[in-house]
Design a protein around this ligand. Structure first.
Ligand code: NAG
Ligand code: NAG
Ligand code: NAG
Length: 546
């Protein structure tokens, strides 16, 4: 454990802390002031907080607004800014918790001085990681949530720690989250000497899967769970990465497309489908209704890509297969098709196997770093891994427990997602509906799904993608000036605390990175869809739900 964890020195910390009282009643030299007491209590957590023998305090320190925090264990693959600037005065607690003889999880609790509402928030992870979501934590702590982030049982966006250590896979599937949820609540109760009033979860992608794991198996822990682009039916999703890579990934194949050629195909698909919703704005409002004719982009005799930006028949065949669902050994659906209109992820044409599939199979499934996706992938193997379903990682159960708990789930998924096809979330919603024999009106009291047209994977996209979710706020400048009301997190808070269930989600079209706002659209709740009513397409009242 290194000690130099901050980008600033202890004396800088002191001077900033000493400067803080200037803004009002919180006099740092006054031992009765709330600030002083909070600081003392926080700094003493290393001695006072001992929830159990498996838990060790690594850092307990009061930090003021403006302090920069870096991750001492940051693995090179953990994305994000090198350091995160705090937006609120808070207590930072970093813990290491043993989850088995060969595994541990590292978590941080960022607990704001100003904790008026008693709200607790757990954030999720991404990919195969492994990274604590610092910038999201800074934001939600500023919003007043006592926020927990963790490494889901290993550091880094890599599967290497799974190698010959199934305990780390078990952490990744559910145990890390379950463990930090409980310990985080103890820490919050300990610091504030009062219980959590309402508990929330927010995560996207792999973090969406974690949230659904909680919704399916331990919903009692969260009053409200918000999941984006959830990586559910995990084994099938991973298999689909390998499957689509086999279709499009070989640069020496006659049917190979470069990134520029995929972009040309995307433009062709937009040309055919963008207007279906009545507005040509670069967004296909309902990709499910788009069934493009890819052959429109095929070269006539004598034409080439260089001369006419057209594709060969072999390339068009690749595109056609790429936008078809993946079927398994027995003809069963493994994974649904990509949304027409996505720009394929470079994973599928950069010549290297998609890292999540590659590393998941190597390290978690086969425990063989030499396992070769190119040579050893097969539909038999896919079926075997789906049946094996390590520690129930698939995360594909109905929501009987959630319904019984009386707690709530809000799912959203961008309809321009090139990483996890949105169709998978529709499929989950409908599966839950049939499994529980509940109509959507009957699901509404505890499960609502919002498709987000024009949104890419978790953040970005050509439409109104910003919904106040995890991994979005750090992409634009001035996120603290954007209203949080109507976004996915605060809609859930309103649902839980005021009983006002969300009918629509506020989506903002923001420029990256300036944050300049082009328009607002209110996204509809499935099975309703965004429909254009006429008038200025950038005005929110020009769109309704049908
Ligand atoms: C934190 O980082 C920001 C951006 O790098 C910098 O402007 C600021 O001075 C830093 N704050 C402290 C207290 O070091
Ligand atoms: C997986 O889920 C099944 C069915 O709920 C359960 O019986 C089993 O114990 C779980 N397995 C693991 C490893 O958690
Ligand atoms: C839900 O999906 C699972 C996994 O694909 C499947 O086994 C099950 O039959 C589905 N449930 C219904 C009611 O269709």
């Amino acid at each position: 454990m290194k000690s130099s964890i901050f980008t600033w020195t202890a004396s800088a910390l002191f001077s900033l802390a000493a400067a803080a009282p200037g803004n009002g009643h919180n006099n740092n030299n006054n031992h009765n002031s709330p600030l002083y007491k909070f600081q003392q209590k926080c700094n003493r957590l290393a001695q006072s907080f001992r929830p159990d023998a498996n838990t060790q305090v690594l850092i307990a320190q009061y930090l003021p607004t403006g302090a920069n925090v870096t991750n001492p264990d940051s693995h090179p693959t953990c994305q994000g800014r090198p350091s995160t600037t705090l937006l609120a005065d808070m207590c930072r607690l970093r813990l290491k918790i043993k989850t088995s003889a060969t595994s541990e999880v590292v978590m941080e609790a960022w607990m704001p001085l100003d904790w008026k509402k008693g709200r607790y928030l757990m954030l999720g992870n991404g990919g195969l990681g492994g990274c604590i979501a610092y910038s999201d934590m800074a934001f939600t702590t500023w919003m007043g949530f006592a926020t927990i982030g963790h490494n889901n049982g290993h550091f880094g966006l890599t599967g290497e720690p799974f190698l010959n250590n199934p305990a780390v896979v078990e952490d990744f599937s559910y145990r890390a989250l379950k463990t930090v949820t409980k310990t985080g609540k103890k820490a919050v109760r300990h610091l504030y000497s009062t219980s959590v009033k309402k508990s929330y979860y927010l995560g996207c992608s792999a973090g969406g899967r974690q949230g659904l794991k909680a919704a399916q198996d331990f919903p009692e822990e969260y009053d409200g769970i918000v999941v984006g682009a959830p990586a559910i039916d995990w084994n099938a999703l991973v298999a689909s990465q390998a499957h689509y890579y086999k279709i499009s990934g070989d640069p020496n194949a006659a049917g190979y497309l470069t990134g520029a050629q995929w972009s040309a195909m995307r433009n062709e698909i937009l040309a055919q489908c963008d207007g279906l919703d009545g507005v040509v704005d670069g967004v296909i409002e309902e990709p499910r209704g788009c069934n493009p004719r890819f052959e429109e982009l095929m070269c006539a005799a004598g034409q080439t890509w260089a001369s006419h930006s057209c594709l060969t028949a072999a390339q068009v065949s690749t595109v056609r297969k790429f936008f078809e669902p993946m079927y398994g050994r027995d003809g069963n659906l493994v994974f649904p098709r990509f949304d027409p209109g996505v720009q394929p992820n470079s994973d599928y044409y950069d010549g290297e196997p998609p890292s999540i599939a590659d590393e998941w199979y190597k390290y978690a499934v086969f425990n063989d770093p030499n396992w070769d996706l190119g040579a050893q992938y097969s539909l038999d193997m896919v079926q075997t891994t789906m049946n094996q379903d390590l520690y129930n990682i698939s995360t594909w159960k109905d929501l009987t427990k959630l319904k019984q708990s009386g707690h709530k789930l809000l799912a959203y998924h961008g309809l321009e997602d090139p990483v996890i096809n949105s169709e998978n979330t529709y499929r989950y919603y409908e599966n839950v509906s049939r499994s529980m024999s509940l109509t959507s009106a009957e699901l509404d009291p505890f499960f609502r799904y919002f498709p987000i047209p024009g949104a890419s994977h978790c953040w970005g996209g050509s439409g109104n993608w910003y919904v106040g979710a995890t991994s979005q706020i750090s992409r634009v400048f001035g996120a603290t000036t954007i209203p949080t009301e109507g976004g996915v997190l605060m809609s859930m808070v309103k649902w839980v605390e005021q009983g006002v269930a969300p009918e629509r989600i506020v989506g903002r079209k923001l420029d990256i990175p300036t944050g300049a706002q082009a328009s607002i659209k209110l996204h509809c709740k499935w099975p309703k869809k965004n429909v254009y009513l006429g008038g200025n397409a950038n005005a929110q009242e020009s769109w309704g739900c049908q």
